[in-house]
Design a protein around this ligand. Sequence first.
Ligand code: LRH
Ligand code: MN
Ligand code: MN
Length: 426
Amino acid sequence: MKLSVNQIQEYNNENIQTHQKEFDFLAEKLIKKGIDVAGIIEKLENFNVAIPSWALGAGGTRFGRFSYGGEPATLEDKIDDIGILNILTKSAGAISLHIPWDIPNDYNAIKEKASDHNIIFDSVNSNTFQDQLHSKHSYKFGSLCNIHKEIREQAIQHNFEVINIGEKLGSKSLTVWLSDGSNFPGQNNFQTVLNNTAESLKKIYRHMPNSWKLYIEYKPYEPNFYSTVIQDWGTSFMLAQECGERAYTLVDLGHHLPNTNIEQIVATLMNKGKLGGFHFNDSKYGDDDLTVGSVKPYALFLIFNELVYGMNTNKNNPVPAWMIDASHNIKDPLEDLLQSLEAILIAYAQALLIDQKQLEKNQYKNDVAICQEILQDAFRTDVRPLIRQARLNTNGALNPLEAFKIFKIRDYLIKERGLKSKASGL
Ligand code: LRH
Ligand code: MN
Ligand code: MN
């Protein structure tokens, strides 16, 4: 199933008049306020988010998994699915592979397929939180932190292999998330496991090509429920500092205890030039991996406010590697990912509307009410016409989810792949 630009243009032509009216109305209002509308649209056009290879199969929990038909059975199929997302939105031009869930068989074929869809290979993810089919040692009691050297070595070697795979595909970074920790008090010596982790990460860091970055992801709990070695941004930051300049912290929105001020963490990391990677999702309770913006859109907007401020101010911080790390449980994954992409762009556009000069002025005056008004005025603006305009300019679909439904893409995928196809990976 491959969508053509012509199909999308025809769909756009049918909706262009309504869009034009909405866009003109909003643009006039914003320009009167002194906002650089063309500049914002350009930024939206250039925003790209990586799609993880594991998000395209049916989601689920350990209690059940409900298939939806037409699932991508191979990595090639997954790249095709991302191709659909990308041609509709023009903002999903990258894939992030999880190894060994998605090991390429034929590198040339995979690379060709990806370039056919204008997709690049983003960060590669290692996996030492599950035992692999033929490995000698088990990670039941930890991987990079393990008390036994030979188990740490096996986990380090796995990361070397992942770097190797990434190099063949043109990736430029490695993401390490460890589930290492303990389930019961007394199980681990906190200092020993921390030291072991630092030593292992340093070995991995030193093995990376000079042009590569290392992203260290943190998470407070799960699957370990008493302690996790890299439990918070502070631990990740400290380990990244120990590794070196090209090691960074990765923030996954779901990896915080309830009510954590994530926007402040973002600001702190960017201030120190150490925010390297970003996993988008939303949550109500824990690492729920819900659709981006589905539960706490205002929090997402406040986070984007700090990201935009940081990207303008902290030139020592690289532009973070954006990725959606969400699951969908009962939704069609492609529809869910389209919704996530939309939510990300909405929050980004709203944050770009914030008048930072006015905000600063009012912070000096200690006019708390006006400071709040400035943020909320941006948040309450319906920025969707700006996003549609950005998509129009790049030949994407005005409304990708609507187009996905009108084109009956899922029906085509079911016809092509069958009702019972099952995704590789998770
Ligand atoms: C861990 C995590 C991490 C993994 C992915 C599958 O909860 O967020 O990024 O690689 O989920
Ligand atoms: Mn994650
Ligand atoms: Mn997670």
